[in-house]
Design a binder for this molecule. Structure first.
Ligand SMILES: CC(C)(COP(=O)(O)OP(=O)(O)OC[C@H]1O[C@@H](n2cnc3c(N)ncnc32)[C@H](O)[C@@H]1OP(=O)(O)O)[C@@H](O)C(=O)NCCC(=O)NCCS
Length: 115
């Protein structure tokens, strides 16, 4: 299974603090706010979350339940919660992989389940 999402970066400029904290985790906010142009990273993480929601549509997740983290080399990954791990175990999935890209006014991400 795969999922994809694309967004306009402008939508993620000057995000309201309450909305930001409702949608993004503390780690995600810290990651994005390290960059001068944080909106592009907020947009990318949003796309990754939506791509994961689509990929795991059976689970009816909402974006706030999904956390996107980064390895030291910058590669993004999904923080596999106990709920996700249980689903993977039940369905015999090994992992979920994501990739994010952005250019000027758009961000895009895909998610793919590994069987
Ligand atoms: C990773 C790389 C391909 C990004 O390409 P780019 O055209 O500059 O940028 P894109 O918009 O396509 O992609 C950016 C996204 O790539 C992802 N990314 C970053 N490093 C990555 C890596 N090592 N592997 C996979 N994905 C990576 C991130 O999700 C990033 O977006 P985010 O920070 O908002 O989450 C490029 O920077 C590269 O080749 N880096 C080599 C590794 C490196 O130099 N790392 C330095 C960090 S220590």
């Amino acid at each position: 299974m795969v999922g994809i999402d694309i967004e306009q970066v402008d939508r993620f400029k000057n995000l309201d603090t309450h909305l930001k904290q409702r949608v993004y985790t503390k780690n995600e906010i810290e990651y994005c706010e390290k960059f001068e142009n944080s909106s592009i990273h907020f947009a990318g993480i949003w796309c990754a979350k939506e791509a994961v929601v689509k990929c795991l549509s059976e689970l009816n997740l909402v974006v706030s339940e999904i956390e996107i983290l980064h390895q030291n080399n910058g590669a993004p990954y999904v923080n596999v919660t106990p709920k996700l791990q249980q689903y993977f175990d039940d369905k015999k999935f090994k992992n979920i992989h994501i990739s994010i890209s952005h250019i000027n006014q758009n961000a895009i991400a895909i998610a793919m389940l590994e069987k």
